[in-house]
Design a protein around this ligand. Structure first.
Ligand SMILES: Nc1ncnc2c1ncn2[C@@H]1O[C@H](COP(=O)(O)OP(=O)(O)O)[C@@H](O)[C@H]1O
Ligand SMILES: [Mg+2]
Length: 434
């Protein structure tokens, strides 16, 4: 990236923050240099002032590259309505494929071919050949009942995160198991926990493990599910999910990417419509009055976009920072992730020492990379070889810790929009505040 150009543009922007064209150029530079969080920040600020399609498309690209496929889809669904822009349709199709909504992806792909019959994309081609031969119907989404899962993981499969386990235990597991005791002491129960932090650090994982820990059912609602409902008869379906949970207690309801629903800063909130959000909030409130074996956990990478209405008592009234794993936690994540794999003389302490700033997901990928390498070697003589410490440390050199980028934007929110110390944990983690 040409840093001096970017620096001078940023300087210029300081003097004319209202200059949309300038800010747009800056966003593009960030996007092209893979700094998606910065690009996102500028695009959202642009969209606050002007609802231009070009801004939305670029924001969708940012989301796509950050693997926020649900958000990508929401934006592109709107953009591609009554539009023949191939770029938009193409990104939309890719996002739908990532979300495994093959039926919809196929229909978008067909639209592209109608517009341009010379269009060829080998990625799409290979998927849709498969889809056509194995009946598109199979790809239709599951209904609420089949969303219900019994996870086979529990707290022992989660490395570190001791404070999170403790909070979940005190705030939602214990009240569930000892309801009468809590009542006897007049202690209020209910309300959900919102987990926030950099991607890949175990938010989804621990939600699933919470259900496993108490042998409860688990419903994972993606923001996409909720927004999908809004397209049809949303309120009723959202209600159905909560009813399904009530009929299958104990049940953990997990809502991922909740920032998209509670967003107060970008236009997705307007797109989704207040009705779905209000319906969602009243379902949450309903759980409060009938707190009987339903636990609610939410997760987000961007808590600062969440409407404060979500944080009222009885809703997500406990907010927990899920930090990247420390040395000890990384050691135990390596141990957990290597379990059952062929290994020899693994030095967990050394692995932990050399993987500073890596997330749990990064650790998992480093092991995957090392295994792929071992496989290749084994093909040569047909003899399987165990994984060793240095196979994994070698894999580190092929990857960057993925948590850093999150902190570079989180830091600003924690410093400048830290309502009543909500994000103090971030500052403590960064050693900015004790
Ligand atoms: N603390 C942890 N212990 C064990 N595995 C972890 C941990 N954190 C992350 N992982 C692994 O990384 C994967 C991605 O983590 P995930 O929970 O999806 O992150 P998040 O929801 O915070 O983005 C998990 O499926 C799990 O395999
Ligand atoms: Mg997750």
């Amino acid at each position: 990236m040409d840093n001096s150009l970017l620096e001078s543009l940023l300087k210029a922007l300081e003097f004319s923050p209202e200059n949309n064209e300038l800010r747009f150029q800056i966003a593009k530079i960030y996007l092209n240099s893979f700094n998606y969080t910065e690009a996102e920040k500028h695009l959202i600020s642009l969209l606050d002032r002007d609802n231009k399609k070009a801004y939305k498309y670029l924001l969708a690209k940012c989301y796509y590259n950050q693997e926020k496929y649900n958000l990508t889809e929401v934006i592109l669904e709107e953009l591609t309505e009554n539009s023949n822009d191939i770029d938009h349709l193409e990104l939309y199709c890719s996002a739908l494929l990532k979300l495994e909504n093959h039926a919809e992806a196929l229909s978008i792909y067909q639209t592209i071919l109608e517009i341009d019959n010379t269009y060829y994309n080998p990625d799409f081609e290979s998927v849709f050949k498969l889809a056509v031969t194995s009946e598109v119907d199979n790809f239709i989404d599951e209904d609420a009942l089949s969303m219900l899962k019994k996870p086979d993981v529990n707290f022992s499969d989660v490395g570190g995160m001791e404070n999170v386990k403790e909070e979940i235990d005190l705030k939602i597991i214990k009240p569930l198991l000892h309801k009468d005791l809590y009542k006897a002491y007049g202690k209020k129960i209910g309300g959900g926990i919102l987990l926030y932090g950099p991607p890949g650090c175990g938010k989804t994982h621990i939600a699933r493990a919470t259900a496993g820990e108490i042998d409860a059912n688990f419903i994972n609602i993606g923001i996409n599910d909720i927004l999908d409902m809004w397209l049809g008869n949303s309120e009723k379906n959202l209600h159905e999910i909560f009813e399904t949970a009530r009929a299958n207690k104990p049940c953990v309801i997990f809502i991922d990417e909740i920032d998209a629903l509670g967003a107060n800063r970008n236009d997705i909130n307007k797109t989704a419509g207040r009705t779905v959000i209000n319906q969602f909030l009243s379902e949450l409130d309903g759980i409060d009055s009938d707190n009987d074996g339903i636990l609610v956990l939410g997760a987000t990478n961007a808590p600062w976009y969440i409407d404060p209405a979500f944080r009222r008592p009885g809703r997500f009234d406990r907010i927990i920072f899920v930090a990247p794993p420390d040395d000890k936690a990384r050691e135990s994540i390596f141990k957990i992730q290597l379990e059952g794999k062929p290994t020899e003389d693994i030095d967990l302490k050394q692995l932990a020492k050399k993987s500073k700033e890596y997330s749990g997901a990064d650790i998992k990928s480093s092991i995957d990379i090392a295994i792929e390498q071992k496989l290749l070697e084994s093909f040569k003589d047909g003899i399987p070889k165990p994984l060793k410490t240095k196979d994994i440390t070698k894999a580190f050199s092929k990857m960057k810790p993925s948590t850093k980028e999150w902190f570079s934007s989180a830091k600003n929110y924690a410093l400048y929009s830290n309502d009543s110390g909500l994000y103090d944990d971030i500052l403590t983690y960064l050693k900015i505040k004790k």
